[in-house]
Write a protein that binds this ligand. Structure first.
Ligand SMILES: Nc1ncnc2c1ncn2[C@@H]1O[C@H](COP(=O)(O)OP(=O)(O)O)[C@@H](O)[C@H]1O
Ligand SMILES: [Mg+2]
Length: 606
């Protein structure tokens, strides 16, 4: 039996996915294809750290061994004899060249590191967007009944960007920074161990402070992202339904709505920023404490002749640099917090399991004959609120069935179950004797064509819109379909005929014209099963006539289910099913129902 629709984890158990999986998923799953590139990044980063470790040494040599003429350490004598002439000045020139060389190497490594990191981050974001979009496309419509498109869009854009940012700014720095810190500590201990202890003592204090911080940052970020998504959602709904907004003169209401979420977003952003902004000052304070100590103690030692000025210079330069990876680590906790929230939100979409997918061993129905059987079909959108109960129907190939009944009776729902837009709660639907959940979804849907109450047109030419259900159709086929749908005439009168653009910045069509384009789509698709869900409901009688005429042409040699609350449009059906409160309340020809079913007769009166 198929799972109840609407039963996806994120509704029943918001945030109930494994949180800790976030970063691990990122590192093991998404990053995996880029291992080679990451190695390159790591190498160039290591090179950068080495350079930054070596950078103060030429200065130290110049101060100590050139200016103050201390003897060079044993291992470094060769530096002096690299150039002929005055040994002290040679040493200074060699040091200068070394300095430039180091900078050049560091610059090259940094260039490679930056470029490769951006490459990985951009490509990973691309993969991620595709994965999310693919998953969204495969989700059951039930998911969209409970999730706002604006929020999904916000994850597809902002959250993916955050993850990308995190990768390009943070991920490997972590490793390299730790390494740099260790190396610096080693060198500092070698130079003057008691100084090193000060720094070593301060670092864990600062890190500890940061860890406590991370939780707060994460919480604030989560709130901020929720508000931002809400804001996009509000704007999107407001703009999408701008026609209704105008008709009811509710622009102010919509603007108020935006103002509220807009304010919330600002407040949340300020709160998050406040928390994040405490990091730098606290760090600067820690660093200055260390610096002050080193300056004071260093002066004493130099004056007593126990330390060289060069060593103090190296020390001060290391101290500055030492805290920058520590600070990076601290900032990273902010980055990690933000990325974790983004990954959570992405995973919320990716783990939504209300997908409708092919069952293992799904069959290809081949050319459908068009027999449809409902057997004890139960369905509900929301668990425990039944919309359809125990529906049993038997529709023969090429039979014309009418479904009528009061609004909200479940007519559209029943029709949407046939192409498996939703999974059944229980029971089964068979087409040509095969359970639809054992059919290949794409093939099943190819066999069924819909005309709905309102035809959705996409931005593009009239031809493209007609060919939406069969993109490889030829121009003649498109024109033929339009002719059959009584649409050819009005299309030819458009400024550019079949090439006229519809939708955004294109021409607008009347309701009747849109419906005939919808019908042309169905003619072109040429499916053996056709479902007409109140296609004339919103039309005036003039356009209704043109449409009805075309529909009669369409119905020939196909299984047709016509849904309508107007009984007069169903009189010619082979069989009419009366659907009331999600149950079949009568079944038969128009004449028989009129004679035997008082409710049907009453419906006919209206
Ligand atoms: N996407 C949905 N999510 C939740 N409930 C829905 C959804 N679509 C329809 N319903 C509910 O299901 C019932 C049947 O709706 P529907 O099939 O559209 O009726 P009809 O087409 O006969 O007017 C109604 O009570 C409606 O509120
Ligand atoms: Mg309906």
């Amino acid at each position: 039996m198929s799972k109840s629709s609407g039963n996806d984890r994120s509704i029943l158990n918001p945030g109930g996915y494994e949180k800790s999986r976030g970063l691990r998923q990122l590192t093991t799953g998404w990053i995996k294809p880029y291992r080679g590139w990451l190695m390159g990044i790591l190498l160039s980063m290591l090179m950068e750290s080495l350079v930054s470790l070596a950078a103060p040494w030429p200065l130290k040599i110049v101060i100590d061994n050139v200016i103050n003429e201390h003897p060079l350490p044993q291992g470094l004598h060769w530096l002096r004899s690299l150039l002929p002439g005055d040994q002290f000045m040679n040493l200074a020139i060699v040091c200068g060249i070394l300095l430039v060389l180091l900078t050049a190497i560091g610059g090259l490594a940094s260039f490679i590191d930056n470029y490769l990191t951006e490459y990985v981050a951009q490509n990973l974001a691309k993969d991620l967007r595709r994965e999310i979009y693919h998953h969204l496309q495969s989700l059951s419509l039930a998911y969209y009944d409970t999730h706002q498109v604006g929020k999904l869009l916000s994850t597809l854009t902002t959250d993916v960007d955050t993850i990308q940012e995190f990768i390009s700014s943070t991920i490997l720095n972590l490793l390299v920074d730790l390494l740099t810190i260790l190396c610096m500590l080693g060198l500092m201990v070698y130079l003057k161990w008691d100084f090193a202890l000060i720094c070593a003592g301060m670092a864990p204090l600062l890190l500890l402070f940061m860890l406590r911080f991370k939780k707060e940052v994460k919480k604030a970020t989560r709130e901020l992202r929720m508000d931002q998504a809400e804001m996009i959602s509000v704007m999107q709904t407001g703009l999408e339904s701008i026609r209704t907004v105008n008709v009811f003169g509710r622009q102010e209401l919509e603007e108020d709505r935006l103002k509220r979420v807009n304010d919330d977003t600002v407040n949340a952003a300020l709160k998050a920023r406040k928390i994040k902004s405490i990091v730098s000052p606290v760090f600067a304070l820690g660093v200055s404490l260390c610096l002050a100590f080193v300056l004071w103690r260093g002066s004493i030692l130099i004056r007593a002749g126990l330390m060289t000025l060069g060593t103090l210079t190296v020390y001060l330069s290391y101290l500055n640099k030492f805290f920058s990876p520590v600070k990076d680590l601290a900032k990273m906790t902010v980055g990690i917090a933000q990325a974790t929230v983004a990954i959570e939100r992405v995973q919320q979409i990716l783990t939504a399991d209300s997908t409708i997918a092919d069952n293992p061993g799904a069959q290809d129905p081949g050319t459908m004959k068009g027999e449809i059987v409902f057997e004890h079909v139960f369905f509900s959108y929301i668990p425990d609120i039944p919309v359809l109960s125990d529906i049993n129907l038997c529709i023969a190939p090429r039979q014309h069935i009418g479904i009528c009944g009061p609004t909200g009776g479940g007519k559209s729902t029943l029709a949407s179950l046939i192409p498996r837009l939703y999974n059944l709660s229980s029971g089964q639907i068979r087409i040509d004797g095969i359970n639809i959940s054992d059919l290949k979804l794409a093939e099943l849907r190819k066999g069924i064509a819909f005309v709905l109450q309102d035809t959705m047109l996409f931005f593009g030419s009239v031809s493209e819109n007609i060919a939406y259900g069969r993109p490889n159709a030829t121009e003649e086929e498109i024109v033929q379909a339009a002719k059959q749908a009584n649409a050819d005439e009005f299309i030819r009168k458009l400024p550019k005929g079949y090439g006229s653009l519809i939708g955004e910045r294109g021409i607008t069509l009347s309701g009747g014209e849109r419906q005939r384009i919808g019908l042309a789509r169905v003619f072109l698709r040429n499916s053996p099963i056709v479902i007409l869900d109140e296609p004339t409901a919103s039309l005036d009688s003039g356009s209704e006539k043109l449409l009805t005429e075309a529909m009669e042409r369409l119905m020939k040699d196909r299984t047709v289910i016509t849904i309508s609350h107007k009984i007069n449009t169903l009189i010619h059906c082979d069989k009419i099913i009366l659907l009331k409160d999600g149950m079949v309340a009568g079944e038969g020809t128009h004449q028989r129902l009129m004679a035997e079913n008082p409710f049907y007769a009453a419906l006919n009166q209206n």
